[in-house]
Design a binder for this molecule. Sequence first.
Ligand code: ATP
Length: 394
Amino acid sequence: MESNNQSSGREPTLRLKGQSANHLLSLDVGNSPRQSAIRNRLMHCTRIMKSLLSVRNITKRFARHLPPVAKDVSFEVYTGEIFALLGPSGCGKTTTLRLIAGFERADAGEIFLEGQLLEGEKVHLPPEVRGVGIVFQEYALFPHLSVLGNVVFGLKKLPAKARHERVMEVLEMVGLAPLKDRKPHELSGGEQQRVALARSIATSPKLILLDEPFSNLDAGLRHATREEVRTLLKRTGMSTVLVTHDQEEALSFADRLAVMQGGRIEQIGAPETVYHRPQTPFVADFLGKTNLITGEAEGDYAETPIGRFRLDRAVTGKVLLSLRPEHLTMSVSNNGQGGKIVLREFKGHDLTYRVQIGEQDYLVQTDYRCPFQVGDWVQLRAVEPTVIVEGKEE
Ligand code: ATP
């Protein structure tokens, strides 16, 4: 996990007493906020030399009477990293991307690329000198130009020979050299997507911005194209910011992601961390199905309406817990305790059950062999510690 307040502008000093930062990072120091803060600090320190993009406390509003669309947004993107901005429609992802690209002016905050100030109180570099390439959702290809013509477009300033060599190099890279003479309407959606990417890469940007690049593709093609593009970005070592509202896409495509809501970043971290250790109810709910359960905590355990659960850290008092359906199991209830199965959904590879306990329903995901049927009485048990998404630390 990484907090959103990492941009004080001061370089951190790190005293490791003979241990390398990488060695310390490899140790499991736990997941309490304090332990995470230590780990984040270490990650920050080991990567600071390689930090490429630094977005610091950016705020943007489109009209005085309207609330800001981006509020105090801060994050870092490291060299070679794929970073995703994930959130529901209207949360400010695209605006943040456009601020990085230079298509919008920020009202406050700063944006640095390789240490150069792109955006600040008195600075607004135009998009064409920022060293940033952008691929739009609709690809924005010229319909009357061939693949080659589209890719060559951004390289007008190069001498003809160098231009041709660079275009062919990039088309080979994205596997489109054999299709170089086709027009966009003679290409599949995935191929058009790769032309748009090739056009961006051709100018050798320091950073590529991808704005919902797969959303125009149908489900099967989207998956395959996503894999291809990710492999390509990693092979070329391109640093990338991806904007998406698709949780699965962000989790599978990005090295790290920021979850946004209402113009703010709620949490930044590696996909596994953000999924398994959400810090807010919104993040828990947005990243997949979850059961949000209120409870009364005392130390490492909490009493809840469905039983006593172990916590991921020690707290005392009222808590809101997140328990993913796949972290719950069911057993037969012979004593009338527990709850009744009211829904069983077979999905081929697994099953989802809805269990009613008191007034509330809980989701449980099991493998496809689970024998329970609608009407059965079951007890629930957590196989992982429950994650506290609201509650005070001890
Ligand atoms: P989506 O996934 O639907 O594209 P998003 O998270 O990318 O959503 P933005 O496009 O950044 O959201 O828009 C955030 C908010 O800002 C929205 O309410 C949108 O209507 C508003 N907005 C965006 N551009 C402008 C503009 N030029 N003028 C006024 N309001 C705008």
